[in-house]
Write a protein that binds this ligand. Structure first.
Ligand code: ZN
Length: 390
């Protein structure tokens, strides 16, 4: 009873959202996401309180409502995102995955205009970030673009329709199910040889990153250090993939959002199924006296913290700056990569002494050597750990 009530409230909130906010983008953190954090073990067709908005007679077929929730298989732990479109007439729907430039599922609905559902729907970022519903290229069609966290396999999504049932006040529905993409947790072995490592020099192209008092741009320093790390890793037999090798944006088209640019970096690692992802940055702060080295991680596997710790333990004594510690952070690239990842803030570019260091080839090389030594130690320590998982 209590559960049924919660579900009814959740369904009401979803309904309220779709009706009152259709056509408008919702700011992150909007109240609607809250009741959905808990997975609903429930089929869309049975959602209590999911009323339809009856279409006026003699109007062209259209989508009247969009709902979404997480859906768990009874026997499995694999989470699924379910998006349900209510339509006023039978339609044909088809989905296509697209990984370029960002993971996306495009669903074409033939036979209904977007109607009241037109606009963007903010999702919770567990399996997808948002769904945008707009008119399709032909009259009487709609296009639903779902921005995914990661690209599932070809059989990792399903688009199907459910007939309407007037006796239960159910409209015709298009159901989109998307499976959560599992993390890539390698069975680590010691040594750098054969490891696939993605190096991400922070910023680049249109984004200079932080700029020091002497005019040094963060993007220049991050690339210089990353190139040195790459050379050392390759010498040790690792396979290195760079998100960029020169001064450019990683997202292939100009004018990308920050999210698209960061997702493009994540895509490099996820699509190549890398063993590890490492992003290299320089820090900045208003107070120019602040300095030091920080390593950030996002604890999604049992290895992320270990990676940050081994990198920090190697870097701090080697480059001799203040130890600002190992810190958890919600940074996009460490959170969204499917494999263990870390983000290094080598030094503060806003600190004039450290800005000079960051530009010096000696400091860059020393940093690169310490990072590679830290990675080697990480693989040794990780090979002793067993198991893993979300
Ligand atoms: Zn940065």
């Amino acid at each position: 009873m209590r559960r049924a009530l919660t579900l009814a409230i959740a369904a009401f909130l979803i309904l309220g959202f779709s009706v009152s906010h259709a056509g408008a983008a919702v700011k992150p953190g909007a109240a609607v996401a809250k009741p959905l954090v808990r997975p609903l073990v429930l089929a869309a067709a049975d959602s209590p309180g999911a009323k339809t908005v009856p279409a006026k007679l003699q109007t062209d077929p259209e989508i009247t409502q969009v709902r979404w929730f997480h859906h768990n298989e009874v026997n499995g732990s694999a989470a699924k995102l379910r998006i349900v479109l209510d339509v006023t007439a039978p339609v044909v729907a088809q989905g296509v995955l697209n990984d370029s430039p960002c993971p996306r599922l495009i669903v074409t609905v033939k036979g209904a205009a977007p109607g009241k559902a037109e606009g963007s729907l903010e999702l919770d970022g567990k399996i997808a970030d948002s769904a945008t519903i707009e008119a399709g290229p032909e009259d009487g069609t709609s296009r639903v673009a779902i921005d995914l966290v990661a690209l599932p396999d070809a059989d990792g999504f399903r688009v199907f329709t459910l007939p309407g049932n007037p006796a239960y006040n159910k409209p015709f529905r298009v159901v989109i199910d998307i499976n959560q993409v599992p993390l890539l947790i390698p069975a680590y072995t010691p040594g750098l040889r054969g490891k696939v490592i993605v190096l991400d020099p922070g910023h680049g192209g249109s984004d200079p990153g932080a700029i020091g008092a002497g005019g040094t741009q963060e993007k220049t320093v991050t690339l210089a250090v990353s190139q040195r790390v790459r050379a050392l890793l390759e010498k040790a037999g690792a396979k290195v993939i760079m998100t960029r090798t020169d001064d450019r944006d990683v997202y292939p088209q100009p004018g990308a959002s920050d999210r698209d640019e960061l997702q493009a970096r994540v895509n490099v690692a996820n699509s190549r199924k890398a063993d590890l992802f490492l992003s290299i940055h320089a820090n900045a702060f208003n107070n120019r006296n602040i300095g030091g080295t920080t390593v950030y991680y996002y604890q999604k596997t049992q290895y992320d913290l270990l990676l940050a710790q081994t990198l920090s333990a190697s870097l701090v004594p080697a480059i001799g700056l203040a130890d600002r510690g190992v810190k958890p952070a919600n940074f996009y690239v460490v959170r969204r990569t499917l494999m263990p990842a870390a983000l290094i803030e080598l030094a503060y570019i806003s600190n004039p002494t450290e800005e000079k260091l960051l530009m010096s080839p000696q400091f860059q090389e020393k940093s690169a050597q310490a990072i590679v030594a830290g990675l080697d130690k990480f693989f040794a320590a990780a090979s002793l750990k067993k198991g893993g998982g979300r």
